[in-house]
Design a binder for this molecule. Structure first.
Ligand code: SF4
Length: 351
């Protein structure tokens, strides 16, 4: 995707974030979205698969992870996962989970092969850069090799999770056990090199500064400029849950400001998602008029945000998503996992 002719610099981005009236920022972002996609807002019928929440790490901001014996610890079986994916209307599986030895690389790869053979038409988005780094460490292999094997097993895309804020201060303060900014960027670069597109996220609304937000966006834009294959950017509003990192969830106007800023700064990443499980339904619906072009998916059994006390439901129906989009005066279009609207959606089930 071609960048806009006059690019927004880091200092302009900071002033947009801090000084521009929200509606002015929103109108600029909406106009840019409209140039790219007209009135269309996409969504996907997908299912989130989180095989386990057992995790060897204990990131400060995470309410999802558990240790053996914790009341909220769980592990799914492969059979249960395959059953969850059997709905023929699904076109995408999003597979991410905790880091746990019994869910190592070989078992995770077998799961992908099994999903691929049961549901050949399903778009498989699997394993964040954090999981890929863990697999590489456990297998004593380079992450590039892990990515090649993932692709050969049937993975179509790498999800964007684990970026948090691409800044070493935040890394040390909130999630120092797991990979930091340099490794997250390297693994996404490697994914793109092996031909796996990916998404990028940003977790905001905790201890980050405005400058760190702008720098996060600039680092993604830079990587994309260098032959990157980012398909979408997903700003994730931090849900404080039981973490005590901050007392309150970030406000709706702040979320809308971040969505609009992302659309304007990331002029080379096509899609900006209004990810409703963290924004909340009302804010996500408003974000569609502030530069976002995609409402993500129906999700099915999302567990990560539910364990962080999200007030959003764990799933939405297709008709509900379409209503949200139409109520905002735009046109709902169902897409597949690779953001194609015209392609046939829904998987082919092999029995
Ligand atoms: S954020 Fe990820 S790596 Fe960190 S504790 Fe939670 S599940 Fe584990």
């Amino acid at each position: 995707m071609r960048p806009t002719p006059s690019r927004i610099s880091a200092s302009d981005a900071l002033s947009l974030l801090q000084e521009t009236p929200l509606l002015d920022l929103g109108i600029r972002a909406y106009d840019r979205k409209h140039e790219l996609f007209g009135n269309q807002i996409t969504y996907v019928q997908n299912r989130h698969v989180n095989p386990t929440n057992l995790c060897v790490y204990s990131c400060r901001f995470c309410d999802f992870a558990a240790k053996k014996g914790d009341a909220h610890a769980y592990e799914l079986t492969e059979a249960a996962i395959l059953k969850d994916l059997s709905d023929p209307s699904l076109s995408e599986a999003h597979v991410v989970g905790g880091l746990w030895p019994s869910w190592g690389f070989k078992r995770s790869l077998e799961l992908i092969k099994s999903i691929r053979s049961h549901y050949p038409g399903l778009w498989i988005k699997a394993f964040t850069a954090v999981e890929i780094a863990y697999f590489a460490r456990m297998e004593k292999k380079p992450s590039l090799e892990i990515l090649e094997q993932m692709k050969a097993a049937g993975v179509d895309m790498v999800p964007g999770g684990g970026a948090e804020i691409l800044d070493e201060r935040i890394h040390q303060a909130l999630y120092k056990d797991k990979i930091g900014p340099a490794d997250w960027l390297r693994i996404h670069k490697e994914a793109h090199e092996v031909g796996l597109p990916s998404n990028a996220t940003m977790l905001f609304g905790h201890i980050e500064t405005d400058e760190e937000i702008v720098d996060h966006l600039m680092q993604l834009r830079d990587l994309q400029d260098r032959g990157g294959l980012f398909q979408s950017f997903i700003p994730l509003a931090f849900l404080p849950g039981k973490t005590k990192v901050v007392a309150q969830q970030v406000s709706a106007p702040r979320c809308l400001r971040i969505i609009a800023l992302s659309r304007l700064v990331l002029d080379n990443i096509p899609h900006i998602k209004a990810y409703w499980p963290t924004l909340g339904l009302e804010t996500a619906a408003s974000a569609l008029s502030f530069g976002a072009d995609d409402l993500d998916g129906t999700l099915g059994k999302e567990r990560i945000m539910q364990l962080a006390d999200s007030e959003s439901p764990a799933a939405l129906t297709r008709s509900f998503m379409e209503d949200i989009i139409r109520d905002g005066g735009q046109v709902a279009a169902e897409r597949n996992g690779s953001f194609e609207v015209d392609a046939a959606v829904g998987q082919q089930v092999s029995v």
